[in-house]
Design a binder for this molecule. Structure first.
Ligand code: PMP
Length: 344
């Protein structure tokens, strides 16, 4: 890996971050808060939230088996996707490399930041194109985007292949593990200390069932997590989100995850037996990608039955494919009945 000195944008290296009123107060019992131009009238939300989310980070670090200094919390994964581009990539000069098809926000975030996105197609059966990814990189490639399990293909990539990229690529590897709780393998968080160029993204939107709260996580070596903290908006996680998460963190998500995995297996078998379905791709996520000869008509038939899925048939590499989220058993059955009755 290149040094952070070489990888980080000079203006970010030189940045003196905004210091909030709450940063400047360093402890001691305070009963009268006259430092932040807040309203004094207590309605439960008149005070700014903790800009560093210290209590949440402490608990998340314990939950995930990492150190507090390795945790960044963002306004959804969207913030954690945007920040590496802003930290590492000089607009109009640097580039990033990613697999394709994958989660669309990597490209959008790169384009917003005026950073060239180089997409490398997945191989047969959506295999990770390790050597082609490395070949797509040049001296201006700052980030390599991976998503495992990948959206929309659903497959997780072998750890040995991700490891090869982490060791061979000179810049930062952003590994999006939004769906890792549904996968058979544990992902890379337990190995964070092995790879100073690894940024793991996770989210509370999927297995935790908190998509409405907008809380994403990034995990990285302390110097990298520290860069996220410098560049983010000062109060990026609002009070309501922090309080909601604090209440939810002790919940056991295992029963819901187990049921979704069971339903995923049941739906994969049942859909594979439908005349309209040519292929059900293996999934380590909470959705299935299925290929059909008539994606638009099947999509419309599902809509007519009140069921919406994601039509991915116009995404390169996903021709003919619909992406179906695993819902409650009765919701899955409703979807299945329409697919079973559909004739292409
Ligand atoms: N990463 C991937 C791979 C996703 O598929 C999604 C949501 N579709 C996200 C991140 C977004 O997560 P969040 O709700 O945390 O922004």
């Amino acid at each position: 890996m290149k040094s952070l000195e070489q990888l980080v944008r000079p203006n970010i290296r030189a940045l003196k971050p905004y210091s909030t009123a709450r940063d400047e107060y360093a402890g001691g019992e305070i009963s009268t808060w006259l430092d932040a131009n807040e309203s004094p009238y207590d309605n439960g939300l008149n005070r700014y939230p903790d800009p560093h989310q210290r209590e949440l980070k402490r608990r998340i670090a314990r939950l995930k088996g990492v150190r507090e200094g390795q945790v960044f919390l963002g306004n959804g994964s969207d913030e954690a996707i945007d920040l590496p581009l802003r930290i590492f990539c000089i607009p109009g000069r640097d580039n990033v490399v990613s697999i394709a098809p994958t989660y669309g926000m990597y490209r959008v975030a790169a384009e917003i930041n005026d950073v060239e996105m180089r997409e490398v197609p997945l191989g047969d059966d959506f295999a990770l194109p390790v050597e082609a990814l490395l070949a797509a990189c040049d001296e201006h490639t700052k980030l390599l985007w991976l998503c495992s399990p990948n959206n929309p293909t659903g497959n997780a990539f072998p750890a040995a292949e991700i490891e090869r990229l982490l060791r061979a690529f000179e810049g930062m590897v952003v590994l999006d593990e939004a769906y890792i709780d549904f996968a058979a393998e544990p992902g890379f968080l337990p190995r964070l200390d092995e790879f100073p160029n690894l940024i793991v993204l996770q989210t509370f939107s999927k297995a935790w069932g908190l998509a409405g709260v907008r809380l994403g996580m990034a995990f990285a070596a302390e110097p990298v997590a520290g860069l996220f903290a410098r560049v983010k908006y000062p109060y990026n996680i609002n009070c309501l989100a922090q309080e909601t998460l604090a209440r939810q963190l002790d919940r056991d998500i295992a029963p819901h995850v187990a049921q979704i995995r069971t339903e995923r297996g049941r739906m994969a078998r049942a859909l594979a037996a439908c005349p309209a379905i040519e292929r059900v791709y293996p999934s380590d996520a909470n959705f299935l990608l299925v290929r059909t000869a008539a994606p638009d008509r099947l999509y419309d038939a599902l809509i007519a039955a009140g069921v919406i899925v994601r039509n991915r048939s116009r995404v390169r590499g996903c021709e003919g494919c619909l992406r179906i989220t695993i819902g409650l058993p009765e919701e899955n059955d409703r979807m299945l009945r329409t697919v079973q009755d559909f004739r292409p």
